[in-house]
Design a protein around this ligand. Structure first.
Ligand code: UDX
Length: 458
């Protein structure tokens, strides 16, 4: 089976290279010729754990090839994965113009049967539109197109691991033939017949992933429903954190005990600065819009979104309460990426926090292990320093905005000595209050008891 991947962004690169690693022949393409040239040059334009070694191996072994000629990729393939972007429009709907362009290209260039698989996150009923577009733009009316939806559940930072060790593989299909083709495609993953790029020499024991076959509309909904539920869980934990602050509990203790109930589960109950990135916020927004258009009021999700947006206000309130006057205060920022192990800063809470601090007249210095190059594009005049100790030097406050493991391991005693005022505001509840207290810091986080050796209230 020959595969084409259209769109060499994050999803396309991970999907294409991992399917090649699983033994398939993949031709990957993108309409951004510079991106393809970069990839042909052996450079990976995103930071993702294990991705560079997977791409290097499969390119060397001849199973993955990059081409700027999208038509060539279409003509050669039996199965085509559409992995193009669906960014939000100003109204919050997903912009599907890239998907339509690809559909027209496939319709124009195909002379053999194709299974066209939606991988991009798309609103329900896109499959229907895609099928229609393939039919109406087809030059050769004898060519048979099948459409399927195969949503991805890849987390940035662990995407390669998630690809090879999924909880489930969801395929939305219209006929047995497409189901069978996708089952064959994923057989190496389902049967554990792959060389795992993550675990050496053996993968830890894990349950066999379930191959879930649904209608196309259900598969489209499953993606939105999963990501939105994760956002709901995080916002729920964040409201619990606010309650703990008022009522005197500790949110870490509360969510840990709540999450031990297997009906609830402990993941995605970490309180803090809220969710960012290009998936959760955008998918929730698109799901709300989708529901609105279907005449369903999804107030539950609107509230989760509102709670999430408020997290930044809550952090700013904490900073203002501690610093009193913001103008000309020196603020150090640890972490810019929307979460650790990625260089992605899209919709990262840190970006908005930095923007607002600067608008208040604060002098901000920041660091991040991977996201500095991207941050420089957004803030060309921001002081971005590689050394976290330099970020702390002379600071009136140090903010933790991404919970990178490197930050946990810093010499915090040294940090305390570098700072003008040893105040740490931990937006990710990364450090332990007792440890920070023992080191003599004023320490604030979300939903946990605060510690200030010198009273911060007048
Ligand atoms: C998400 C989904 O997890 C993945 O299945 C989907 O395919 C793509 O979208 P990703 O965007 O990589 O993945 O990030 P994720 O790990 O879900 O984290 C999203 C945000 O939520 C981050 O900003 C993270 O810091 C925040 N988060 C996560 C919390 O604030 N608390 C938590 O308990 C978990």
């Amino acid at each position: 089976m020959k595969l084409a991947v259209i769109g060499c962004g994050y999803v396309g690169l991970v999907t294409g290279s991992c399917l090649a690693e699983a033994g398939h022949e993949v031709l990957a393409t993108d309409n951004d010729a510079f991106r393809i040239a970069t990839l042909q040059d052996g450079k990976i334009p995103i930071y993702e754990l294990h991705l560079d070694s997977v791409v290097e191996t499969v390119v060397r072994e001849g199973r993955l090839r990059f081409t700027a000629d999208c038509a060539e990729a279409v003509r050669a393939a039996d199965v085509i994965f559409i992995c193009v972007g669906t960014p939000p429009t100003d109204s919050g709907d997903a912009d599907l113009s890239a998907i339509e362009n690809v559909a027209r290209l496939i319709a124009r260039e195909s002379s053999t049967p194709k299974l066209v698989v939606e991988k991009s996150t798309v609103p329900a009923q896109t499959g229907e539109q895609l099928k229609r577009a393939l039919q109406v733009y087809a030059r050769n009316t004898d060519v048979k197109f099948h459409v399927a939806s195969n949503p991805e559940f890849l987390r940035e930072g662990t995407a390669v691991e998630d690809f090879f060790h999924p909880d489930r593989i969801v395929v939305g299909v219209e006929d047995k033939e497409s189901e069978q083709q996708l089952r064959e495609l994923y057989a190496p993953i389902l049967e554990g017949r792959f060389r795992c790029p993550v675990h050496q020499p053996n993968c830890p024991p894990a349950a066999t992933p379930e191959f879930v076959v649904t209608t196309i509309a259900s598969a489209e909904l499953i993606k939105h429903a999963s990501n939105s539920f994760l956002g709901l869980k995080i916002s729920y934990a964040n409201v619990l954190a606010d309650l703990c602050e008022r009522l005197g509990g500790n949110v870490d203790e509360v969510t840990r005990a709540v999450g031990l109930d297997p009906r609830i589960g402990g993941q995605f109950l970490k309180a803090g600065l809220g969710f960012g990135g290009f998936c959760l916020p955008k998918d929730i927004q698109a799901f709300i819009k989708l529901a609105d258009r279907a005449g369903i009021e999804f107030g539950l999700l609107k509230e989760a979104e509102r709670v999430n947006k408020q997290r930044i206000d809550r952090l700013l309130e904490k900073i203002k309460k501690a610093l009193w006057v913001m103008k000309e205060k020196q603020i150090g920022v640890l972490g810019i990426a929307f979460k650790p192990n990625t260089d992605d800063i899209r919709l990262a809470p840190a970006i908005e926090v930095i923007r607002r601090l600067r608008a208040e007249g604060c002098v901000v210095r920041a660091t991040d292990p991977e996201a500095m190059t991207r941050a420089r594009v957004v803030f060309p005049d921001l002081s971005l320093l590689v050394d976290p100790y330099e970020v702390a030097r002379g600071a009136d406050a140090l903010l933790i905005l991404t919970e990178w493991e490197q930050f946990r391991r810093l010499d915090w005693k040294r940090i305390r000595n570098e700072m003008a005022r040893p105040l740490v505001i931990d937006g990710r509840n990364m450090l332990r209050t007792a440890d920070m207290q023992a080191l003599g810091f004023e320490y604030m986080s979300f939903g946990r008891p605060e510690f200030a050796p010198v009273p911060s209230k007048f």
